[in-house]
Design a protein. Sequence first.
Length: 333
Amino acid sequence: MRAHYRLAAALLFGAASLAAPAHAAEKITISVIKAGSYGAVFIAQEKGYFAAEGLDVSFAYFEASPPIAVAVVSGDLDIGIGATSAAFFALGNKIRVIGGFAREAPGFQGMTFVASNRGYDEGVRSLKDLGGHSVAVGTIGSSPHYSLALIEEKYGIDPKTVRVLPLQTVTNQVSALIGGQADAGVTIAAGLMPAVAQKQVKLLAFMGDEVPWQLSSIYAAPKTIEGRAAMIDSFLRAYRKGAHEFVDAFAGPDGKRRENATTPAVLGIIAKYVGQTPDEVKGAVGYVDPDARVDIKDLQRQADWYLAQGMIKSAVDVNDFIDKRTVVPLPGK
């Protein structure tokens, strides 16, 4: 009889153990844009790296980066991943960079310059020809606008001779270029390369081949960083795993563009999340630092330019934007 009771108790204990809920994953929302440079995030999600860190990640899709910073400050996003901008630097102590994201680098396709077919026929055959023409960007003070400024500086183009058209979204930019309402435009490769392939616009250049710079960062609100430090660390560990796989699929040890046996699978993952074919993705892959390192000096140059243009009201020391516990600077930067 005693043996019977012991057996029954053991069975009940075992059933209770099986029924006990596992520790719930921590829910977080992060921003993404349907672009190849977000492949590191898509890999981490698809291969379960976030889940392995105890994170239940939801994506909030954006068409442009400036609204991402605002959403982080408002609390709608736990982590923002996007390009820096005047709006980003204007937020002051309301955001902190926790890591680096995409950088413009030779051989990769980040910000992309194209000419409309009408603009091409009217003389926009290269970046040197932008003077005297209209150029479509997202918003004033956005990363496409800053890219245009770098090109103007490189080729000695007087900014006063360029008519900047702030069209808000990538969709609007592409439509204006196809329709000939803009002579040229600059935005993410993912938005423009399908139109290039269909000969609806003419490719001029990829920004990384012209002027490399720190295009975007990973950031969060200070209260999130301070109150949820373990979550931030878990996110960065998972993200870096995805970033290493992403970079390994598209770059050699020297950082130059090349493919290997893992490339088709990675292209397939990215294609799933951005709604394009692997071939379309292949021609629009931006570079990210595999260890999420940050070019801090370049961030300062950006902030200084936005100040000089009157797009932010006061001088910015980017070190105030950096979470020193998590950020790893690029060597020599």
